[in-house]
Design a protein around this ligand. Structure first.
Ligand SMILES: *[C@@H]1O[C@H](CO)[C@@H](O)[C@H](O)[C@H]1NC(C)=O
Ligand SMILES: *[C@@H]1O[C@H](CO)[C@@H](O)[C@H](O)[C@H]1NC(C)=O
Ligand SMILES: *[C@@H]1O[C@H](CO)[C@@H](O)[C@H](O)[C@H]1NC(C)=O
Ligand SMILES: *[C@@H]1O[C@H](CO)[C@@H](O)[C@H](O)[C@H]1NC(C)=O
Ligand SMILES: *[C@@H]1O[C@H](CO)[C@@H](O)[C@H](O)[C@H]1NC(C)=O
Ligand SMILES: *[C@@H]1O[C@H](CO)[C@@H](O)[C@H](O)[C@H]1NC(C)=O
Ligand SMILES: *[C@@H]1O[C@H](CO)[C@@H](O)[C@H](O)[C@H]1NC(C)=O
Length: 450
C-alpha cells in the first residue's frame, strides 16, 4: 500500500512539469537616498547615497541560493551548471538593482568546480565562475519603474497629486504628528511640518536600521515601529490612488508577462507585440527582473493586490507556469507566499487558469501604448500651456485696444479743448496767414512771423 502511494506520488511528480519562471524583485538593502546632514542621523556612508550595501548583496546572494535549492536541486528545472540562454536577466539602470541581480545570479550559480572561468582562491586552489549577463534598458517604456516620472508626464502629474493628497490626508494623524515632532526634536531642525517633509528622514533611518549601521542620533522605539507603516502609506498612496495610475505603472510589465505566457502556452488573447516584448528572448526558462519598491507595488496593484506592509529590501514576486497532463496552470507568489489573483486561483492548490489570467491581464492594461498615454498627457499639458500663451496674447490685444481707445478719446478731448479755448494773438495771426496763403497761393512770399 505504502509503495503504491509512493509510486502514485512519483507518477504525479513526473506528469507535472515546470515550464517557465518569472521573478521580479526589489534590490537588497541600500544606503539612504539622501545622506546629507542632518537626515544622515550622524552616520557616515562611504559608499554614497542609494547604493547597495554588503548586507544587500548578501541578501540577494542568499535569495539566489534559495532559488537554486528550489529550481535546480528540488525541481530539476534549471540545469545544474549554467547554460547560456536558460536565464534572461534584466535590471533597471541603477547600481543597486544591477548589483542585486548579479548577487542573486551568483547565488543561483555560485563559484563551483566547472571548467569555465578559473579563479584562484587565497589558499591556492581554483574555482570557476560563469558570469550571467544582466541587461539594462533606458527605461523610457516604464517596464520596471512603476511610475517613471523622468519619461512619463502622466506619472509626474500623478506623483505630484499624490504628494499633495498624502499631506492632506495623513499629516494630522496621531502617529504622523508624533513622527514629525520627533524628527524636528532629534534633528534640531524645526522645519518639518507635513507628511512628505519627513520622507528623507524616514528613508534614512529605515536604511540605518536594516543595515545595522552605527549612527549618533537615536530615534525612539515608537518611531522605529512606525517606519514601515509610514513608507507603506506613502507608497500605496502613490500607486493605488487611482486606477489609471495603476495601469500606467504596471502596463509594460504586463505586456511582457502576457507575451511570455502566450508564447509558451500557445494561448493568445491578441495583445500585440511591442518593441519591449520583442526585445526579450522568448525561449529562456527563468526570467529575472531587478527593480524597486514601486516595481513590486505597481505589479501587485495591477493584479488587484496590496501588500500587508512596505515591500522590504529583496521583496520578490514569482510567477510559475506549470504543465500537468497537457494542461497549463500558473502559480503566483509574493515572498514565497501564494497569491490569489482576482479570485482566479484555486484555494487549496493555488493553481490559476492561464486563460483567465491572460484575460485579466489584458483587462488591466492600457488600451493605448504606454508612450501614447504618457505623451497624451504631455500634449495636454503643452496644449494648456499654448492656450495660456494664446490667452496672454488675447489679453495683450485687449489691453492694446483699450489703450488705443483711451488715446483716441484723450486726443479728441484735447483737440476739442484746443479748438474751443480762446486763441492767443500769435495763433490768430498764424491761422490768418495760412488762410491768406491758401487763398492767394502765396506761400513762397509769406513773410516770417516774428
Ligand atoms: C537632502 O537632505 C538635506 C538635508 O535634510 C536637504 O537640504 C536636501 O534638500 C536633500 N536633498 C534632496 C535631493 O532631497
Ligand atoms: C555607481 O557606483 C559607482 C562606484 O561603483 C559610483 O562611482 C557611481 O557614482 C554610482 N552611480 C550612481 C548613479 O549611483
Ligand atoms: C580552499 O578554500 C576553499 C574555499 O574557502 C575551500 O572550499 C577549499 O576546500 C580549500 N582548499 C584547501 C586545499 O584547503
Ligand atoms: C508640505 O511642506 C512643504 C515644506 O514645508 C511645502 O512646500 C508644501 O507645500 C507642504 N505641502 C502641503 C500640502 O501643505
Ligand atoms: C549590529 O552592530 C552592532 C555594533 O555595531 C553589533 O554588535 C551587532 O552584533 C550587529 N548586529 C547584527 C545583527 O549584525
Ligand atoms: C498574439 O496575437 C497578436 C495579434 O493577433 C500578435 O500580434 C502576436 O504576435 C501574438 N502573440 C503570440 C505570442 O503569438
Ligand atoms: C520601435 O522600434 C522601431 C524600430 O527600431 C522604431 O522605428 C519605433 O519608433 C519604435 N517604437 C517605439 C514606440 O519606440
Amino acid at each position: 500500500m505504502k509503495q503504491l502511494l509512493w509510486c502514485a506520488l512519483f507518477i504525479a511528480h513526473c506528469l507535472c512539469k515546470l515550464e517557465l519562471v518569472v521573478e521580479v524583485f526589489r534590490h537588497g538593502a541600500r544606503s539612504p537616498m539622501n545622506i546629507t546632514y542632518p537626515t544622515s542621523f550622524g552616520a557616515n556612508w562611504e559608499i554614497g547615497g542609494g547604493q547597495l550595501t554588503s548586507s544587500g548583496e548578501r541578501q540577494h546572494y542568499l535569495l539566489g541560493l534559495k532559488r537554486r535549492n528550489k529550481y535546480i536541486y528540488d525541481e530539476g528545472f534549471l540545469p545544474n551548471n549554467y547554460s547560456p540562454g536558460t536565464i534572461y536577466a534584466e535590471s533597471t539602470d541603477y547600481n543597486r538593482t544591477s548589483m542585486s541581480a548579479y548577487a542573486h545570479l551568483l547565488g543561483m550559480y555560485p563559484l563551483e568546480n566547472r571548467e569555465n572561468f578559473q579563479i584562484m582562491l587565497p589558499n591556492g586552489t581554483f574555482t570557476v565562475h560563469h558570469p550571467i549577463p544582466v541587461h539594462m534598458r533606458g527605461d523610457d517604456q516604464g517596464v520596471l519603474n512603476g511610475h517613471n516620472t523622468d519619461y512619463c508626464h502622466a506619472s509626474q502629474v500623478i506623483e505630484q497629486e499624490s504628494r499633495n493628497k498624502a499631506n492632506e490626508e495623513f499629516t494630522n494623524s496621531h502617529s504622523i504628528q508624533q513622527m514629525i515632532k520627533e524628527v524636528n526634536e532629534k534633528l534640531g531642525d524645526a522645519k518639518y511640518v507635513n507628511f512628505t517633509d519627513i520622507e528623507n528622514a524616514v528613508d534614512s533611518y529605515y536604511s540605518l536600521y536594516y543595515n545595522n549601521k552605527s549612527h549618533s542620533i537615536q530615534m525612539s522605539d515608537y518611531f522605529v515601529s512606525k517606519m514601515d507603516h509610514y513608507l507603506w502609506l506613502r507608497m500605496n498612496h502613490m500607486i493605488h490612488r487611482d486606477d489609471f495610475g495603476v495601469r500606467i505603472a504596471s502596463h509594460s510589465f504586463f505586456g511582457i508577462l502576457n507575451s511570455l505566457i502566450s508564447h509558451r502556452t500557445g494561448l493568445n488573447n491578441s495583445i500585440p507585440e511591442t518593441n519591449v516584448t520583442n526585445s526579450i528572448p522568448k525561449e529562456a526558462l527563468y526570467y529575472i527582473f531587478s527593480g524597486h519598491d514601486n516595481t513590486i507595488v505597481a505589479i501587485l496593484a495591477g493584479l488587484g493586490l496590496k501588500t500587508e506592509g512596505f515591500p522590504e529590501y529583496g521583496a520578490s514576486i514569482t510567477i510559475e507556469l506549470h504543465k500537468e497532463d497537457g494542461k497549463y496552470y500558473l502559480i503566483f507568489l509574493y515572498n514565497d507566499k501564494y497569491l490569489n489573483v482576482n479570485n482566479i486561483c484555486s484555494a487549496y492548490e493555488h493553481k490559476c487558469n492561464p486563460v483567465l489570467i491572460l484575460n485579466f491581464l489584458k483587462s488591466r492594461m492600457l488600451t493605448q501604448s504606454y508612450q501614447e498615454v504618457c505623451d497624451h498627457f504631455k500634449r495636454k499639458a503643452e496644449e494648456a500651456l499654448k492656450q495660456d500663451s494664446e490667452n496672454f496674447w488675447i489679453l495683450i490685444k485687449v489691453l492694446f485696444f483699450i489703450i488705443l481707445i483711451v488715446f483716441v478719446v484723450v486726443g479728441c478731448a484735447y483737440w476739442t479743448y484746443r479748438k474751443n479755448r480762446p486763441r492767443t494773438g500769435r495763433e490768430i495771426l498764424e491761422q490768418e496767414m495760412e488762410r491768406f496763403d491758401r487763398e492767394f497761393q502765396f506761400d513762397s512770399h509769406r513773410p516770417e512771423i516774428i
